[in-house]
Design a protein around this ligand. Structure first.
Ligand SMILES: [Zn+2]
Ligand SMILES: [Zn+2]
Ligand SMILES: [Zn+2]
Length: 119
């Protein structure tokens, strides 16, 4: 009896641990979805799921609801999505090198790549 109950106890412990891990992930996701994130531009917090969320900058990896630059026209920033639509990575003002007249931008990474390939 003793060995049998010990096994079940151990199994139960493992299940509890697994459950805890799972709920931790859920919690983290929920935290992201429901809580405020800090805008990298104005350092104001805003709701992650609100209409205010504009971009997640591809370079500095912060969320921005202001200081949002246009899509980068560099080749490295063109992403083909599965439905054939081209998606361009977006950046904040701090991470771009140039703004073109049509509103497109060149991010610092693409600008750097441009320079290194030209030299
Ligand atoms: Zn940025
Ligand atoms: Zn902001
Ligand atoms: Zn770029």
């Amino acid at each position: 009896m003793s060995c049998c109950s010990a096994r079940t106890k151990r199994k139960l412990k493992r299940e509890i641990r697994l459950h805890k891990q799972r709920s931790k992930i859920d919690y983290e996701l929920q935290e992201k979805m429901n809580c405020n994130v800090i805008c990298g531009g104005c350092k104001d917090s805003f709701r992650f799921d609100s209409f205010e969320l504009k971009i997640h900058c591809n370079l500095c990896e912060q969320f921005f609801h202001c200081k949002v630059a246009g899509p980068c026209r560099g080749e490295a920033c063109q992403i083909d999505t599965s439905n054939g639509v081209k998606h361009r990575a977006r950046y904040c003002y701090d991470c771009i090198d140039k703004v073109f007249k049509n509103g497109e931008v060149l991010c610092k990474e693409c600008a750097l790549m441009d320079k290194t390939t030209k030299d």
